[in-house]
Design a protein around this ligand. Structure first.
Ligand code: F6P
Length: 550
């Protein structure tokens, strides 16, 4: 860690320079910026892999970007990046390396953790996954009664669910449509019930995904799934081996559960849960799309890894996106960040990013344990367009809050759409372009009046504009493009954590709730006296027991 990163961020001259710049620039109007530089639309664009990035509709000038890059340089963001890629233990509170990038490294790469090259074992697991996925897809892998597997149920939560579930939705057009693939995460029994109620246990494979194999929701659901299977098959424990596989770092716990460790697909403590869906955690996805498509997705991740590692600051897209976020978070008081994909297939993309971003950068002490006096990670939210347009876009357009947004769209619909449905794509994308235009440039009172609007309605129909957006456009949503998008956001989050000087790779904030849930449960089930329970929770528990009929 270089000395600068130990300087309080808000005491750095580069930080003060940005604050001064923000103050001096006053109100920046996008109409003015475009009038002053008609070429801005073409100039403020970057390309990474298949992704065309337009950042012209941001409240920034060349000077803003220069100052932001200066801040990144002073925080040695690229130094920390190199340390991450080298396998150094940059997750200091857990004393772990952060090496999701090794999951997509080519076979001949060398990435060492504690003196051991981890790349061979990454590929060993990928090959084992591919062999298994092929056997399931071809019908060679059968259930206990000899029937072909037709249903795959992934049981996991957080990073062991959101990534594969999101990617399965995103790549549906590339999946084997004869397979039913479902994702169960919620400890609410309704989730497993709905996922299994119409399935034949003899044709069902459970993929138990848990890095630690101790997560209470997952182990509870996995146990219930095993009961469902054995009851349905009228079989004993010996049936488990053909119907349960595990994705985990914890072989001991997997064996304790009764899963043959030959049917365990391993990963390692240097893969964070929210960075894990391109590891063994992606097995359900690989079964759905096949190993070749999965490898294409990994290639996509790698394109952006290489770009992030080597592109100069001026054209480094994750760096730019991270810095733009900091500009709004810390210098414009923005509290949230919307991610708005104009693709039905990306319906789970923002939910996935919520964990990636908010579990990583939802921190309020710096790496040295001091409370930060600056804003860290934003609230990330959003759903696919155009649905949001008819729900919450009103607030983005005319509300009192500044909400920077990423718009993600594709030039072509997926190949399998019927011609009539494919034709709807232009309408979808017309909305995509219209929204960022309206958000940026709004509508002046003069323009409203010119339409003959009565004076009393003019303020209501005026749009201020200056709502900043990034447009991310690609030709089509392929496995590679999905990998590129995910890696882009992974590295954006990294950049922000590096500037804010926080550990983006731990998640201590989720522990307290887990511990308290364990303590409270006996109060619900047995009415047990829980020492130290506060008055509010005590009264609520009593009400719960009354309503539950206990
Ligand atoms: O509670 C948060 C968390 O630890 C996440 O970071 C993780 O993705 C999730 O729980 C699931 O953990 P596991 O894969 O160990 O079951």
């Amino acid at each position: 860690m270089n000395a600068d990163s130990r300087t309080r961020l808000d005491q750095m001259p580069e930080w003060s320079a940005l604050a001064r710049h923000r103050e001096q620039a006053g109100e920046v109007r996008l109409r003015d910026l475009f009038a002053a530089d008609p070429g801005r639309g073409g100039a403020y664009t970057l390309q990474v892999g298949d992704l065309h990035i337009d950042y012209s509709k941001h409240l920034v000038t060349d000077e803003t970007l220069r100052l932001l890059r200066q801040l990144a340089a002073a925080r040695d963001v690229f130094g920390l990046r190199d340390a991450m890629f080298r396998g150094e233990k940059i997750n200091t509170t857990e004393d772990r390396a952060v090496l999701h990038t090794a999951l997509r490294a080519p076979r001949d790469a060398v990435v060492e953790v504690d003196g051991e090259n981890v790349v061979p074992k990454v590929h060993e697991v990928l090959d084992k996954m591919a062999g298994f996925a092929d056997r399931v897809r071809s019908g060679q892998w059968t259930g206990h009664t000899g029937k072909r597997i037709k249903n795959v149920i992934n049981v996991g939560i957080g990073g062991s669910d959101l990534g594969p579930a999101m990617a399965y939705e995103a790549l549906r057009a590339f999946t084997d449509r004869d397979l039913t693939v479902r994702f169960v995460s919620n400890v609410d029994g309704a989730d497993l019930h709905e996922a299994t109620r119409d399935l034949d246990p003899a044709e069902t494979l459970f993929v138990i995904a848990s890095k630690t194999f101790t997560t209470i929701e997952t182990i509870t659901n996995a146990t219930s799934a095993r009961d469902w299977l054995l009851t349905g098959l009228k079989a004993g424990q010996e049936a488990v081996a053909r119907h349960f596989v595990a994705l985990s770092t914890n072989a001991g716990k997997v064996a304790d559960f009764g899963i043959d460790t030959d049917n365990m697909f391993e990963f390692w403590d240097w893969v964070g849960g929210r960075y894990s869906y391109d590891s063994a955690i992606g097995l359900s996805l690989m079964i759905a799309i096949g190993p070749d498509r999965f490898r294409e997705m990994l290639d996509g991740f790698r394109i952006v890894d290489d770009h992030f590692r080597t592109a100069p600051a001026e054209s480094n897209v994750p760096l730019l996106m991270g810095l733009l976020g900091i500009w709004y978070d810390d210098f414009h008081d923005a509290q949230t960040h919307a991610v708005l994909p104009y693709s039905h297939y990306l319906s789970k993309f923002t939910a996935y990013l919520q964990q990636l971003d908010m579990e990583s950068n939802g921190k309020s002490v710096d790496r040295e344990g001091h409370r930060v006096d600056w804003q860290t990670g934003p609230v990330v939210w959003g759903t696919p367009g155009t649905n949001g347009q008819h729900a919450y876009y009103q607030l983005i357009h005319q509300g009192t809050k500044l909400i920077p947004a990423d718009f993600i769209g594709f030039a072509r619909p997926v190949d399998e759409l019927e011609p009539g449905l494919a034709a709807q794509h232009d309408l979808l994308m017309a909305n995509f372009f219209a929204q960022t235009q309206a958000l940026a440039f709004g509508k002046t009172p003069e323009e409203v009046r010119a339409e003959g609007v009565p004076e009393e309605l003019v303020p209501h129909k005026t749009f201020r504009g200056d709502r900043p957006t990034t447009t991310i456009l690609a030709r089509e949503l392929t496995p590679s493009v999905l990998g590129q998008l995910v890696a882009l956001y992974e590295h954006k989050v990294f950049v922000q954590g590096a500037v804010w000087n926080i550990d983006s790779f731990d998640q201590w904030g989720v522990e307290l709730g887990k511990v308290l849930a364990k303590r409270v449960e006996p109060a619900l089930t047995e009415g047990a006296e829980v020492p130290g329970l506060d008055g509010s929770t005590k009264a609520l528990v009593a009400k719960y027991r009354e309503l539950r009929g206990r």
